[in-house]
Design a protein around this ligand. Structure first.
Ligand code: KG4
Ligand code: ZN
Length: 334
């Protein structure tokens, strides 16, 4: 399967056999194009996808050692994401599917983040609980079977990655903010400032907007505070809430497997605390490698493989949906 990912600011293509064997995975980041604006500019992102996608797909094919005639299906992220960016990948994938006479498979971006764990750990089996933390989404998902999800909780305001990006921007650490805060935090004291942990003891929904405001207010009141201390204390508060709720979700659902996914899953502290928390509770943690956590097309192929097996091809007249939700309830194949 050839898979394409263009939902935000990474242009990516991958060739994956049977949803697990990655022959190639090429990611071209647009970070340099957006950095001077302090965030992703949607119009610039979609135009860059138009330019970058043909060479990225060509490189994925060359690296895989295959040519178009060997491809059995073409998958692409159809949502959620930036509509202009999504449409570039979806149109390209449909065109390739038509030319090669093979099925097109539309993939949900958050389902793809979840399948990054399956890609790297083929023995992983549902039922499981997944903590999916990206720039646009934060959710706790109970997966009863392939394609059968129950969203236990999600953010009521900012996503975790969005909070990292906004705090980094306020502190003048540039874009993308998550890796910058992660780096600064390494030299700071996580207990220097006691930032709020909103909703930590209540349900499975998240709220990070108050924490972001608390950081801004604290720094305005203490202009000489050390930036590493602010970053470390902020990161400690985010990770504390994420890991506490993920552990409680596993206890509530009785799941023995706990997976991590999404760009924020590349965070050093989150990775360590997640594994430690699972070990304390006797759970099996699955933490994909950093490059599989941030946006890539191999994870799209992993999810696309299962979608193709359960639902068959996606009609060529299906569009992209910037607000696509994770399918809830029963698996399509029962
Ligand atoms: O999944 P992703 O690559 O794209 C979306 O689907 O949104 O996630 C991007 C998010 C950004 O907010 C970025 O700042 C965050 O993941 N991120 C991190 C780290 N690396 C990426 N956040 C915290 N620590 C990191 N090391
Ligand atoms: Zn993503």
């Amino acid at each position: 399967m050839l898979a394409i990912e263009t939902s935000c600011d990474e242009t990516a293509a991958a060739v994956v056999v049977d949803g697990t064997d990655v022959l190639s995975s090429v990611v071209s980041s647009q970070v340099d194009l957006h950095a001077r604006f302090g965030g992703v500019v949607p119009e610039i992102a979609s135009r860059a996808h138009v330019e970058l996608l043909p060479p990225v797909v060509a490189e994925a094919l060359v690296e895989s050692g295959l040519d178009g005639g060997d491809i059995d299906a073409v998958a692409a992220t159809v949502g959620p994401g930036l509509i202009g960016s999504l449409l570039v990948g979806v149109a390209a994938a449909k065109a390739l599917a038509l030319v090669w006479g093979v099925p097109f498979v539309g993939v949900n971006h958050m389902e793809a983040h979840l399948y990054a764990a399956f890609l790297e750990e083929p023995t992983l089996e549902p039922p499981l609980v997944a903590l999916l933390v990206s720039g646009g989404h934060t959710m706790l998902v109970a997966m009863e079977d392939h394609g059968a999800y129950q969203v236990l909780g999600s953010t009521i305001d900012d996503a975790a990655g969005e909070a990292f990006d906004k705090v980094a921007r306020f502190l003048g650490l540039g874009y993308p903010g998550g890796p910058a805060v992660d780096r600064e935090a390494g030299a700071g004291d996580p207990h220097a400032i006691d930032f709020p942990r909103a909703l930590v003891d209540q349900g499975f929904d998240f709220s990070f907007s108050g924490l972001k405001t608390a950081v801004v207010n604290y720094v305005r009141r203490h202009p000489d505070v050390s930036t590493p201390d602010v970053c470390a204390s902020f990161q400690e508060a985010v990770v504390d809430v994420l890991v506490t709720k993920a552990r409680r979700a596993a206890a509530t659902t009785g799941a023995r497997n706990l997976c991590l996914g999404g760009g924020v899953a590349a965070n050093s502290l989150l990775r360590t605390r997640f594994v430690e928390g699972c070990e304390q509770d006797g759970l099996h943690p699955f933490v994909p490698s950093r490059s599989m956590c941030t946006d890539n097309a191999a994870m799209v192929a992993a999810a696309g493989w299962w979608r193709w097996r359960s639902d068959g091809p996606t009609p060529l007249d299906a569009g992209a949906d910037p607000n696509l939700r994770l399918p809830q309830g029963e698996a399509a194949n029962g």
